[in-house]
Each structure stands twice: as structure tokens, then as C-alpha cells.
Design a protein around this ligand. Structure first.
Ligand SMILES: Cc1cc2nc3c(=O)[nH]c(=O)nc-3n(C[C@H](O)[C@H](O)[C@H](O)COP(=O)(O)O)c2cc1C
Length: 365
């Protein structure tokens, strides 16, 4: 199994939905970064369920404990371990899946590959493992902030409801004002209505989450096989329920000619910038100083209460399945902070690898 990512700034996640705990070990964060438990908790609070009408009613505190790596309020250069003990787990919700895999969830793959699979809550295939991403991402974000790099993720589409494009400032101001975490407040209201309708129908709905990173210097990324776009796509595609990743214009490039979409250069305030940003801040696999823009396609939550076809693997018979547990009618609002965190982990790693941040001690140049 693969549970670690990153070369210099490396995170390893552990735990499963219905085990004792979930969390992350972050190795390679330089010493002398001011870091408090609140820095991590406030990010986890954006991911935790039970906070609004459009997420699962499962109430989980997701209170983080830090076991190592901080001395006198600052990182000490040793591995930072963050752990969240599981509390609100109802195994009876899942006993019916022991031999009957949920369609389009991870169950079938885990059963076939590993055999001994904790089917309760999807085990390590559960969305709950992204608590580890968020612990790692909170630390990465704090590290990037020392270099004036900021990252934000927001929902741009739910089902067929699309948001109008917004600038970074508006996104920052608006996403906390609605449960969908969409910066276009009119579209957000329509999205909320659509999610609630699908929930009532015992169904679910997917959408698009966009992430923007500003202040990233030129030159992050290592061609040929660790290009910045390649590393970003890899970490984003590794989030459960993500079925597509785009950088910049993404799949829309095919709808344009070169002269329509090439990012022309220009000098502004003695700096080289591009007039447009269709490349999403990455050319030739390296950052070019423009905002880094990615989008992920998030599928509708696979666990729904509507009747679906499955199989009983013990009896080798066809079987109907109705999933009565407490699931998100739409995963997108909770994925925003996971996408933000994943982007931060990759950027923190490349900032250290490219020499912008000293690998051992933040105070050294
Ligand atoms: C933050 C988050 C929350 C999720 N919540 C649920 C959920 O409540 N119910 C569910 O069936 N899937 C949920 N998922 C999706 C599953 O984890 C995912 O679909 C499953 O692991 C199969 O992986 P795949 O969809 O990438 O093939 C969630 C995913 C994330 C990232």
C-alpha cells in the first residue's frame, strides 16, 4: 500500500473510518515555524461533518491532538504527529456490506485485493482518511504563508448549476457565507437547493472544486517526471471521489486555436507576467509566477438510500442494496479544504526542493 507522499516535505497518513483514530505524520517540516493546535483545528473544522444541511448529519468533533514535533510553540524539525480519535461511529450501519459491496464505493476493490477488509465505514477507503491530508495541509499552509503564498478552494459547479467566475478576494470573502462554499452567492443558493432536493430523493450530486494559489515564485517543478502540474494532478486525483483534474484551461483547450489561448508575455512593474493565465500558472512543468489554478471533478457520493443492484459475494447471487447510513448528499463543500490542503502539501514540498525554504531551519536562508 502507499500511504506517503512528498520528497522533502513528506506526509504519511494512517487510520480508518471505524478504527481507533485517523491522522498524519509530517516529516521534513523545517524547525522554527510557529505552529499551534488551533492552526490545525481551524482547518479540520472546515472538513468535519454535521455542520450544515448539505453535509451528512453525522456529528464528529474531529478534535486533533499533537503528539510530537512542536517545542515551545514552534516546530523543532522532528516528525509532527497529528491524531484524531474516532468517536461517532455506528458499525451497525455497515454490517450489511460485509459480503455486499456498495456500487462505486471502494468496497469491492479492497475485498478482492486485500481480503481482510474493515468494511465498517469503508475502512481506509473512507472519506474520513482525508483528515490526514488536512493535518498535513494545515502545516504546509502555515509554512507557505511565511513566503506570502496563499491558497483557496471553492465550489464552482454543483450538478448543472454553475457559478460566475470571481476574483481571489471575493472568493475569500464569500465562501464562508454559505454552506456550499461557493463564492457566487446567487449560484450558491441554487446549488444548496439542488443538493437538498437530491437528498430528499435519496440520491446525491457531484460538482467541481477549483483551487487557486497566489504568490508562488517562478521555477517550482522538476521536469520530466516531477513536473509541478504532474505532482498536483497526482495528489488531487488521490482524493476519494475525484474523477478528473484540470490545470488552467484544462479540457477546454481543445475548443480553441493557439492564437486564442496562448499566454502572451508582458512587462508590468519591471516584472514579466502573462496577459492571460490559460496555462494555470504552470508552463513546461514549472511555475511561471502567475496564480496556479486547478479544478477537480467530484462524483456524486456513492452511498445513497435509493435501491441499487449489487451482489452477495458469499452466496454468489445478485442482491439489491439500500444504503441507510448517514452520508453526504454532496461531497464538494467538504472537499474544498482537502483540495486546498493537497495543493499546499505539493507546493511546500517543491518550495523546499527548489531552495526557497531552508530544509532544516526556517530562519536560515
Ligand atoms: C471528504 C470526503 C467525504 C466523503 N464522504 C462520503 C460519504 O459520506 N459516503 C460515501 O459513500 N462516500 C464518501 N466519500 C467518497 C468515497 O470515499 C469514495 O467515493 C470511495 O473511496 C471510492 O473512491 P473513488 O470514488 O475515488 O473510486 C467521501 C470522500 C471525501 C473526500
Amino acid at each position: 500500500m502507499s500511504n506517503s507522499i512528498g520528497e522533502k516535505f513528506q506526509i504519511t497518513t494512517f487510520g480508518s473510518s471505524h478504527g481507533k483514530a485517523v491522522g498524519a505524520i509530517v516529516d521534513g517540516c523545517p524547525a522554527n515555524l510557529e505552529l499551534s493546535i488551533e492552526d490545525i483545528q481551524k482547518e479540520l473544522d472546515k472538513r468535519k461533518p454535521g455542520t450544515s444541511s448539505v453535509t451528512t448529519p453525522r456529528k464528529e468533533d474531529d478534535e486533533v491532538q499533537i503528539l510530537s514535533g512542536i517545542f515551545e510553540g514552534k516546530t523543532d524539525g522532528t516528525p509532527i504527529t497529528g491524531v484524531v480519535f474516532n468517536k461517532n461511529q455506528k458499525s451497525k450501519d455497515y454490517s450489511m456490506f460485509k459480503n455486499t459491496p456498495r456500487p462505486s464505493h471502494g468496497d469491492y476493490g479492497w475485498m478482492m485485493k486485500y481480503g481482510n477488509y474493515d468494511y465498517n465505514g469503508g475502512g481506509r477507503g473512507s472519506g474520513r482518511v482525508t483528515i490526514g491530508h488536512v493535518i498535513g495541509g494545515a502545516i504546509a499552509k502555515k509554512l507557505l504563508k511565511t513566503q506570502d503564498i496563499e491558497i483557496i478552494s471553492h465550489v464552482t459547479q454543483i450538478g448543472d448549476v454553475k457559478a460566475e467566475p470571481q476574483d481571489f478576494k471575493a472568493i475569500k470573502e464569500n465562501i464562508d457565507k454559505n454552506p456550499v462554499r461557493c463564492a457566487d452567492l446567487k449560484a450558491a443558493a441554487e446549488m444548496e437547493e439542488l443538493i437538498l432536493t437530491k437528498k430528499q430523493e435519496g440520491d446525491s450530486v457531484g460538482g467541481i472544486v477549483e483551487t487557486i494559489a497566489i504568490g508562488v515564485p517562478e521555477g517550482l517543478g522538476e521536469p520530466v517526471f516531477e513536473r509541478l502540474d504532474g505532482d498536483l494532478a497526482r495528489i488531487l486525483m488521490n482524493i476519494g471521489a475525484v474523477k478528473g483534474v484540470e490545470i488552467g484551461l484544462g479540457f477546454d483547450v481543445v475548443n480553441h486555436t493557439c492564437s486564442e489561448i496562448n499566454d502572451a508575455f508582458q512587462i508590468e512593474d519591471d516584472k514579466v507576467i502573462t496577459k492571460s493565465n490559460n496555462s494555470g500558472g504552470i508552463i513546461g512543468g514549472m511555475s511561471n509566477g502567475m496564480p496556479i489554478v486547478s479544478r477537480i471533478a467530484v462524483k456524486p457520493t456513492p452511498s445513497i438510500s435509493k435501491c441499487q443492484d449489487s451482489v452477495n459475494l458469499e452466496r454468489m447471487e445478485n442482491e439489491k442494496i439500500e444504503i441507510k447510513g448517514r452520508h453526504d448528499p454532496c461531497i464538494c463543500p467538504r472537499v474544498t479544504v482537502v483540495a486546498e490542503s493537497s495543493t499546499a502539501i505539493v507546493l511546500a514540498d517543491h518550495m523546499i526542493r527548489s531552495g526557497f525554504i531552508h530544509p532544516n531551519n526556517l530562519e536560515k536562508k
